[in-house]
Design a protein around this ligand. Structure first.
Ligand code: ASP
Ligand code: MG
Length: 422
């Protein structure tokens, strides 16, 4: 019997009707039993839904945005299906339900829960369109609601997976179906114990693919992307990028940790634990090899360049002519933890603690307020954090010239530079 495999198609691979046709073309000779296909929302749908939520939250009219979003999906369906196809009434119903949900009160207190009840519509609709289109072409696939088997706690917007329950549901509900049919489902979404919708964090569909792969004992995961595979730098920001044919789990995880956006950071760990290889392939060039990520110990020294934008550099200075001690560090970290802020880089000197993190307005205000009594605080916004892995052969000046450098740190295998264009 064919072994279980997982495919994942992100937003860019279903961004318009042409993209959906391309997806179907990729699946034409690959679709089979024991295959689960995870899809994201179409194009920028998740952002569009976030905008609707923002507008609603600030009491503004979002009806135009809802109409545009519906039209966007209807237009795609008009390109893909005959006029009388059942997808059209189904789409109507989904947008009706979404509209109804958006009439409920939204406050600061229920924001995250409300968000999760709305934001998953992008994935639900997208996966339906994909499933219907495959069937329309005679490629029979079933549609499944991921909330029935991706089981999480109730940390809305950042839900944690209940691995045990998820595994049971996948084995009991999905596996028997997959033995007869391929299944199309949604990334990013799950449900808590009460059945309330949850989400796994933005860009979480890759993680869904990994969760399903481990819970179904799959033999591989393939993420189809608009890049040829994992490159050593973002081609939008760097020239002369190099494609990795293979990468170890550890190296791949490290790259995502520093901000490489090609794969969601949480994706690697479960796959590494279960020794399931991850293929990153181009949906524009499906026959090309792409990158294989698996448990090889590579001695590769190709440098990798990763940029995190919109960084904030904060420095906390002790004011009373003492030196930095554990107590100061503890104090700062305690507040960071309570605000769920993650530090991307840390440097400690005799009299100050410097931190680099993603910029988040509200949290910054709170952090400053709480730590003001203890430190003299300064900060710089709008910086970028450049991480270079395997910097041995790299000509460093190229990355410093023309930039104002705020902080620099290096170890044998990593250089990090906090900088701003002059
Ligand atoms: N649609 C979701 C997002 O844009 C999840 C994903 O694309 O992975 O964040
Ligand atoms: Mg996306």
């Amino acid at each position: 019997m064919a072994k279980m495999i997982v495919y994942k198609f992100g937003g860019a691979s279903v961004k318009d009707s042409q993209a959906v046709k391309n997806l179907a073309e990729i699946l034409r000779n690959r679709l089979r039993k024991n295959m689960i296909i995870v899809v994201s929302a179409m194009g920028k749908t998740t952002n569009a839904l976030e905008t609707i939520l923002d507008l609603k939250f600030s009491g503004k009219d979002f009806s135009k945005n809802s109409t545009i979003l519906k039209e966007f999906h209807v237009k795609i369906c008009q390109d893909l299906f005959p006029k009388e196809h059942r997808i059209f009434p189904v789409l109507d119903n989904y947008f009706l339900a979404l509209g109804k949900k958006l009439e409920n009160p939204l406050t600061k207190d229920n924001y995250d829960e409300f968000y999760d009840s709305i934001i998953g519509y992008g994935e639900l609709i997208s996966s339906l369109i994909v499933m219907e289109y495959l069937c329309e072409l005679g490629m029979i696939a079933l549609w499944k609601d991921a909330r029935d088997f991706i089981k999480t706690n109730s940390d809305f917007r950042f839900a944690k997976i209940n691995w045990e329950k998820t595994r049971i549901q996948c084995q009991n509900q999905l596996k028997p179906v997959l033995e007869s049919f391929p299944v199309v489902t949604q990334g990013f979404i799950g449900a808590d114990d009460q059945g309330k919708p949850t989400t796994l964090g933005r860009e979480g569909s890759d993680f869904t693919a990994a969760i399903l792969a481990t819970s179904l004992d799959a033999v591989s995961v393939t993420i189809w992307k608009d890049v040829p595979g994992v490159l050593n730098a973002d081609p939008k920001k760097f020239e002369n990028t190099v494609l990795f044919d293979e990468l170890g789990y550890k190296e791949a995880a490290e790259m995502t940790y520093y901000g490489a956006s090609v794969i969601h950071p949480k994706t690697i760990k479960p796959l590494a634990n279960a020794k399931i290889p991850l293929f990153v392939k181009s949906f524009l060039n499906p026959e090309s090899q792409g990158t294989k990520i698996y448990s090889q110990e590579s001695q590769k020294s190709t440098p990798a360049f990763i940029i995190k934008e919109n960084q904030l550099l904060l420095s906390f200075k002790v004011t009373d002519f003492t030196f930095i001690e554990e107590g100061h560090i503890h104090k700062v970290y305690e507040e960071l933890k309570s605000l769920k802020l993650r530090v991307n880089m840390l440097q400690i000197s005799a009299i100050s603690i410097s931190l680099v993190m993603d910029f988040q307005t509200f949290k910054l205000e709170k952090l400053l307020e709480r730590l003001k009594p203890f430190f003299e605080i300064r900060y710089n916004e709008g910086l970028e954090l450049l991480t270079i892995l395997h910097p041995q052969q790299v000509e460093m000046d190229r990355y410093l010239d023309g930039f104002e450098v705020f902080l620099e740190q290096s170890t044998r295998n990593t250089v990090q530079i906090v900088r701003r264009k002059k």
